[in-house]
Unconditional design. Structure first.
Length: 176
């Protein structure tokens, strides 16, 4: 059975992106989905001086190995000031010091959710243009705007968006 890792680019304990990831994971068929929480991978703020003095922290290796040993990645990015959250960028930077091809050629379902109407369009654009340099194979992309209206009772309640999400899951699963 294919093994997928699923996580949100957020460290909020009420993360809307983590909620979207959890729901999306429930749509997968015949796959083992490992839902991760970045709060379980605490890391110091990346700095070249720290890296030279102490090396790369164990949690960066742990997360990188989870990617390496998976068949695909489900990631929903939170958007902070038009870009990645600090916690995601920090993990990304640390892992890129282990291997610049951070995503190891794995198929990715890239998503973003936001409370506002743009659905994390800026962070999605940043990731979609950058991740391929780190060997992510982006199979499908999904954006969930106005989370408060479109997500309820642990699911996407807007049927049009829900159908789009199911299509993305199907395309992603066809690529792994
Ligand atoms: C520092 C900060 C910056 C933010 N910047 C944006 C932004 O640029 N675009 C946006 O759509 N939402 C922005 N937001 C709102 C987030 O989308 C919102 O907090 C969302 O819940 C974050 O996702 P999460 O719950 O998965 O952490 C920002 C929130 C914070 C705290």
């Amino acid at each position: 059975m294919k093994r997928i890792i699923a996580f949100a680019g957020s460290n909020s304990k009420n993360s809307i992106n983590q909620q979207l990831v959890t729901y999306t994971a429930s749509l997968f068929k015949d796959a083992e989905v490992d839902i991760l929480d970045l709060n379980d991978f605490d890391l110091p703020l990346y700095g070249i001086d720290l890296e030279q003095a102490s090396g790369i922290p164990e949690n960066a290796h742990k997360f990188f190995n989870l990617i390496k040993n998976s068949d695909g990645i489900l990631l929903s990015l939170a958007e902070h000031n038009g870009s990645y959250t600090t916690v995601f960028k920090n993990l990304f930077d640390w892992m890129s010091r282990i291997e610049s091809k951070t995503f190891c050629g794995k198929p990715m379902l890239l998503m973003a959710a936001s409370p506002g109407g743009r659905g994390g369009a800026s962070v999605l654009e940043a990731a979609a243009s950058r991740f391929p340099f780190h060997d992510a194979k982006i199979a499908a992309q999904f954006s969930l705007p106005t989370f408060g209206d479109n997500f309820n009772d642990e699911r996407v309640v807007n049927e049009q968006l829900n159908n789009l999400l199911k299509e993305c899951v199907y395309v992603f699963q066809s690529n792994i």
